[in-house]
Design a protein around this ligand. Structure first.
Ligand code: FAD
Length: 397
């Protein structure tokens, strides 16, 4: 516990308060770790029985995530946090350069942030294989989480950090449903040493884009296996937005084993017919360097683009953070930084008003809902312009 957070202005410690965090991915780890630092007792309950896994899909490193690392006491050096790119380069479909401008930034990966935060939070109060099934709000403000196996935990605050299909949201925010945006992201990771020559020569080291009709692709280098940022050991990460109607979406999201997965298909599970579809589309729509990297991707994966932002993030002592509260489109590069912002602001509010949790939550909520709304609107504008050439999606077939 750090000096400035040990006692409240009235001399009461916050240590007796207990937070139940539902979901142990990035938003849950950000909020859980910062609440711990604010003197709360925190337990994180994650649905998955195993460590979460991603080979390291790319995330633009935003200052809010670095700030969470700082607040969480993570010992880090900036160069180990990701891979730098210098220029933003946009290509025409024929491979000629449309524009090139200096815009240095750092790209990191989901797995680097996840593994860093898992270490920061520790293992003792991180409970795997505990899917939330129900919530009971008790008189006096305490809240009880009921899990799939019938077990129960009671705390002073329940943080719904359970992602875009949040159970917490479905239980208490019954009218808030994500809406499909009319397009998906095909995604891929290729080991740096397996990059085709043309891609290495043309795209390596920059943040590259290419547009075509109902098609927008981008790519950059990210840390490799075990978060390795050594040149030669990294991954090239690409994300390709393509329009897909509702019927096709259902087919894409039905995996190689015939199982319907809803809104994302992980690596290794995309049905082979769709991998061939991607390759054919790449030949028709992408400049040569992007075409080559898409074709060199052994196991592309997919994610449907959806919109959501809730009007309220607080219901009594239950709150929503991260993707559970709002899903900005990836063009904003803000999902993870928004989860970080939610957690940083929550910590500040609870430190400022340690004796009045309700008042602290009331002071936390307005800016966070405004941020979610702003990112949704901004993401819709950018995405609809890129994919549909307009501010709103047209019917796609
Ligand atoms: C395995 C994994 C890999 C990812 N890889 C990338 C990536 O490469 N690039 C990228 O931009 N984004 C990635 N994301 C998404 C990214 O983490 C989020 O968009 C963003 O960071 C906000 O995170 P979140 O914690 O709010 O949501 P999420 O990351 O979706 O996490 C929600 C968590 O809640 C858990 N959960 C769901 N329901 C319940 C329940 N009923 N009870 C208990 N737990 C529950 C889920 O298992 C999950 O761990 C990934 C997410 C996951 C889970």
């Amino acid at each position: 516990m750090s000096d400035n957070i040990e006692t409240s202005s009235s001399g009461c410690t916050a240590a007796s308060k207990r937070a139940l965090v539902i979901g142990g991915s990035l938003a849950g780890l950000f909020a859980g770790t910062l609440l711990l630092r604010a003197g709360w007792n925190v337990d994180i309950f994650e649905r998955s029985p195993d460590d979460l896994d991603s080979r390291g899909g790319g995330i633009v490193l935003q200052p809010e995530v670095v700030e969470v690392f700082r607040q969480a006491g993570v010992d880090f050096s900036m160069h180990a946090l990701g891979v730098s790119s210098q220029y933003r380069v946009v290509f025409h479909p024929d491979g000629s350069i449309q524009s090139r401008r200096l815009a240095p930034q750092t790209q990191t990966s989901w797995s680097l942030i996840y593994s860093t935060m898992r270490r920061a939070f520790g293992t003792q109060s991180y409970h795997q294989g505990r899917p939330l099934a129900d919530i009971r709000r008790n008189p006096g403000g305490r809240v009880t989480a009921v899990f799939d196996d019938g077990s129960e935990e009671t705390g002073d605050l329940l943080v719904g950090a359970d992602g875009s299909n949040s159970t917490v949201r479905q239980l208490l925010w019954t009218d808030a449903e994500p809406r499909y945006a009319g397009y998906l992201a095909w995604r891929g990771l290729v080991p740096e040493d397996a990059m085709p020559e043309i891609t290495r020569e043309t795209l390596h080291g920059d943040f590259a884009f290419a547009n075509n009709r109902e098609s927008h692709i981008l790519g950059y280098l990210v840390p490799g296996e075990r978060n390795n940022t050594t040149p030669g050991q990294r991954f090239y990460n690409w994300v390709w937005y393509r329009t897909v109607d509702d019927v096709q979406l259902r087919d894409v999201m039905t995996d190689v084993d015939g199982r319907y997965r809803g809104y994302s298909i992980p690596e290794g599970k995309l049905a082979p017919a769709w991998r061939e579809h991607i390759w054919r589309d790449a030949d028709a729509l992408l400049p040569p360097a992007f075409r080559a990297i898409v074709r060199a991707t052994a196991q592309p994966f997919a994610q449907a683009i959806r919109d959501l932002s809730v009007d309220r993030m607080v219901k009594g002592r239950v709150i929503l953070v991260g993707d559970a509260a709002s899903i900005p489109r990836p063009h904003t590069a803000a999902s993870t930084s928004k989860a970080a912002t939610n957690a940083l602001a929550l910590q500040t509010a609870l430190l400022r008003l340690p004796d009045d949790v309700d008042k602290a939550l009331a002071s936390w909520e307005p800016q966070q809902t405004a941020l979610g709304r702003y990112l949704r609107e901004h993401g819709c504008q950018v995405g609809n312009h890129l994919l549909f050439g307009s501010a709103s999606p047209k019917q796609v077939g």
